[in-house]
Design a protein around this ligand. Structure first.
Ligand code: K1U
Ligand code: ZN
Length: 180
């Protein structure tokens, strides 16, 4: 297993559309396992391949919650085949937008078809946090971030904060290298 680097916004790689997976072979299954390990370590409840620089339609999710038995899910080529008309507002975070949280409105229940880590086609029904996280991760496959669902004013504020944080981090790294 390997830990992967998570890309943070703003970064053009997070705005690109991911490509379908032909079949889930050993390399894809390993990527799924590495993504899950990276997600747990972050810690997070979901991760999409574009967040680790891989433009493939792969997501991993575990929305079981603290104290419950883990429920890891590895999905390739996920597709929403049904979504409820009823929507819900849920606070979202993103490992690519560290320390930023905003409510986002999405369908409350969904049915998703995907290919699992054994290359088997599966369909699941999801609601609550699981439905939120799957939809959020599927957005990453389209190059969409949760801030694209909120007001321009809030989005620009968040992106300005993240740009500043990145510049500061770059400066700190350069300073550390110069004084080493
Ligand atoms: O970056 C990501 O896509 C992962 C993101 C998923 C997500 C969380 C909440 C709502 C929608 C999508 C995260 O996991 S952010 C971190 C987080 O929410 C969390 C971390 C530890 C425990 C519980 C939650
Ligand atoms: Zn995210």
């Amino acid at each position: 297993m390997a830990m992967l680097d998570i890309i943070t916004a703003p970064d053009p790689r997070l705005k690109k559309k991911a490509q379908p997976v032909d079949r889930v072979d050993a390399a894809t299954a390993k990527l799924m396992t590495d993504m899950l390990e990276t997600m747990y370590a972050a810690p997070g409840v979901g991760l999409a391949a574009p967040q680790v620089g891989v433009l493939k339609r792969i997501i991993v999710v575990d929305a079981a919650g603290e104290g419950a038995d883990p429920k890891p899910m590895k999905m390739a080529n996920p597709e929403v085949i049904w979504a409820s008309e009823e929507t819900k507002l849920h606070e979202e975070g993103c490992l690519s937008l560290p320390e930023e949280y905003e409510p986002v409105e999405r369908p409350d229940k969904i049915k998703v078809r995907y290919v699992d880590e054994n290359n088997e086609l599966r369909t699941i029904e999801a609601d609550g946090l699981l439905a939120v996280v799957i939809q959020h991760e599927m957005d990453h496959l389209e190059g969409t971030l949760f801030v694209d669902h909120i007001s321009t004013l809030k989005r620009n504020m968040i992106l300005r904060r993240l740009t500043k944080a990145k510049k500061l981090e770059k400066g700190n790294k350069r300073h550390a290298l110069e004084s080493a």
